[in-house]
Structure formats: structure tokens, C-alpha cells
Design a protein around this ligand. Sequence first.
Ligand code: GDP
Length: 527
Amino acid sequence: MSKALEQVLQQEVDKRRTFAIISHPDAGKTTLTEKLLLFGGAIRLAGSVKARKASKHATSDWMEIEKQRGISVTSSVMQFDYSGHRVNILDTPGHQDFSEDTYRTLTAADSAVMLIDVAKGVEAQTIKLFQVCAKRGIPIFTFINKLDREGRNPFELMEEIEQVLGIRSVPMNWPIGMGRELSGVYDRMKNQVELFQGDDHSTIQVKKVEDYRDPVIREMAGEYLHEQLCQDLELLDVAGDPFDLEKVRRGELTPVFFGSAVNNFGVQTFLENFLQLAPKPEPRRSTAGLVEPTNEKFSGYVFKIQANMNPAHRDRIAFLRIVSGKFERGMSVKHVRAGKEIKLSQPQQFLAQDRDIVSEAYPGDIIGLFDPGIFRIGDSLSQGSEIVFDELPTFSPEIFAKVTVKNALKHKQYQKGIDQLTEEGTIQVFTTVSFEDTLLGVVGQLQFEVFEYRMKGEYGVDVQLQRMPFQFARWIVADNIDPSKFRINSTLVKDKKGNYVALFENEYAMRTAMEKNPDAKFLETAP
Ligand code: GDP
């Protein structure tokens, strides 16, 4: 490889940080994202930060369903520069707009920021998203937010993180007071106090000290708060985990930062520490072995396909995570599954209203590719050799509905729609063993709405969805599968590859089936 290209690649890779923020709705993700973007002066906003709040974004041209509900259906990407780093934030939609896309987006991140509300602790959606990250073993950084409100004891929160999520934590800073008493934080790594002044905590005074016992802190924060701080930190020194970058990198230890996003307190310190500690784009596994980001040949994979962001264009956009090499507009690459060369002439990033054309990009970056229907989720693109990246994980659906077509004459379009939308990963489809009924499985209710909307809009088919009472899906692997053993509060179906899947109404039904079928394996996702 040319020396010059090698150097450029190394530099570009070294400065990149690609991460996702995982949290439960209302923890402050939008607020934190906005503050982070402000520090960097965002280069490219992919709409979602604002698009979620409908009133602020009346002119957006997202699909109709997004406008109606004021949410962003699909996750997108934001990019900014900060102190020599190029930062990519992957948005992970939550709440009603939670879907498999949310999970898949996490596969494109090199690390995650877990945002926790100090009063609420670890919440349901955080747990789900955390588990997807933990499975990949990516580093997770924790930001405990809303310190300006009365919240839970920090030790209690650390305990909860360990109990519920199974990860040890190491506080990088520690609050001095909380809620109305909040005066600042003590930075344990730099041995400095950061004090806020004024009602909105906006003025920040930073002072280096010997250690937390330094009497200067007493003068600044008062005797009572200093006493409390000393007690807490002595306990942490003795009983807490020491900071260990290797453990952080392996996802075994999460560095914890305290702050308040809305007051912009602790956000900059967090960003600076995060950029230092978070990994740059890592090698990815493929059929050709590990692919190094600095490999001069361009490669990447599609982790998300988004349809009809703009109703004026009936195209789709495939989101590609670059794994290696340099992307240049107009370059030819191999579409490995399709077995053909394609030209990447219309790569785009998204602004809320305009499409911004990217002319070059590097490992860790996400580009949107114009897709006339040639891409599937998980597709690999590469220059030169045929690299196929590890398959993207599938996720166990938790909500199910029986689907029927209202007008039987439309059956052909209906089938085509189901096939294509399954391929895109909009829904998972199952067929009942007994009556060949079609069931759809999703992880978020919104996927059903998108399915109905697109069946009508793109295939002209009115469908009827009838919710089924199932909550769990398990792929059954056994020599002999007896459907009669899956009848009580459960049913046996097949996925599109013909694998047997049992659906259960509750955990009790699932446990009963496991007991009745001791030789069978019950897998959360397809084998
Ligand atoms: P998201 O649903 O996670 O994106 O949460 P938002 O960023 O929309 O925030 C939810 C609510 O919490 C909003 O009313 C925010 O103003 C508020 N909020 C965010 N950060 C803080 C904080 O640090 N302190 C307080 N008191 N409120 C906050």
C-alpha cells in the first residue's frame, strides 16, 4: 500500500469515535446529544434530534407516519469534530419508536454511553439495550444525569448497575451534594473540584487540589458537604474498583460520570474523558479473518435499510458502516452476495431537509447509499477481495400479530410486500404449523404500524392485524419435535427458513415446555 494512504488511514482511524447513547425515554438523551453537538459545532445532523419533537420540526419531510407522531422512525447519525476527534453519534430511537433497527444500530457502534436518570436508576429499555451491547463486549460509559434534582444515593445506583446489569463500575467523578444542595463534582482522576455557581449552575469554577481532603474544598463547598465527600471517597478508595482501562475496553467495567445535561454541567468533562478512553474503530470479523480498519481496501456492511424518507423519492437508503479503507464517491465495489460490481455514486448523509452528499469517508463513519432495491441488511461491500462480515444478530420478537389481507385479489402483492419487508428487517414472519396462518413478530409496536403503512403505500394492500397474546419466541432445536407439547398457552410456528419456533404467552408456559422437552434446545434467536 502506498505510504501516504497508509498514513492518512491511520490518522483518520485514530481520531474517530463512533458510539450510541443507550437510555430509557426521558433520561435526557435528546438534551445530552444536543449539548454534545454544541461543543463540536455539528457538521452533519441527521435530523433525528429535532425530528423527534414534532413542533420544532414542522417542515421535515420524513415519512407521513413520522410527521403524524412527531417521532423519528428510524435511527440516524450525527457527526461533529471536537479537539482533534471526529465523532459519530448513532441515534437509537426509544419508546414507541423502539424497533429492531434500534438494536441493529448498536452493532455499528464501537462503544456506548449509558445514560441514567439519577432518580430512576436502571430502567427497562436501558436493560434491553445494555444487553445487546454486552453481548458484543463493547465498552460502556455511564453518565448519571439530572443531578440538579433530588436523586438516589450514588452508592445505591452503582449497586443497582452491578446487580441488574452485571457490570462493575468505577466513578470518575463524584457529586458534591445533590438536588438543591448540588455544588459541583470532584474529579477523582485529575484531583480537581468543579464547582457550579448561580441558580442554573452555569458558572463553573475549576480548582486543582492535593486530594479530596484538601481544606480548600471545605472553604468552597462548606463543611457539611466536604465531610460527606470525604466519607464517600474514602469508602470508594477502600472498597471500590480501581480504574482499569483494559477492563473498560473489554466491557467488564464502566466508568461513571455524574452531571446534569440540561444545565450543561459535567458534559464537557465527560466528553473529553470519553474521547480519550473510548476505542477507535476496531477490526471486524469476516470470512477472510479480521479486517483491520487501516486495510487499504475499502469494506463495510449494511446495518439498516430505510425506505421513503422523502415521499417524493420512492427509493430506499441503505446505511453502511465503513470497516476499512477509504470511501470515495463514485468508487466501484463488490456487492458480495449479489456477485456484482456496483458504483457508489450517490452516497448521502442526511440533513433534516436536504441530502448532503459525502465525497469521502473513513472507517467508523456511516454513509447512506442510494438503494434501488439491491441491498439487504447484513450485506457486505468490499473493494478487491470478497470479504463477508459476520452476520448481524437477529433479535427475539416480543410482540406478535396475525396478519390477513382484506382483499383476497391482492394476494400476490401482499406476498411480495411481506417478502420484501422481511428482507429489509422491518418485521419477522412466521407461519403456524397447523393452519398456515401468517404471524408477524416485532420488538416494538411501531414496526407493525410501519408495516401496515408501507403495505398500503407501496404495495396497495390493506392488511388486518390481530394482536396475539404471545410474549416470547424460542427457536427449538431437537431431533424430534412434537407439536402437541406446545399447546398450553403456546403455539408452534415456523420461521421463513423452516426452523421451528415456539411462541409463549408467559414465562410459566415457557418453563413448562422446557420441562416437557428436556432434550430440546430453546434458543432466543434463529440457530
Ligand atoms: P429523552 O427522552 O431521553 O431524549 O429525554 P429528553 O432529553 O427529551 O429529556 C427529558 C426531560 O428531562 C426534558 O424535560 C428535559 O428538559 C429534562 N432534562 C434533561 N436533562 C436534565 C437535567 O440534567 N436535569 C433536569 N432537571 N432535567 C433534565
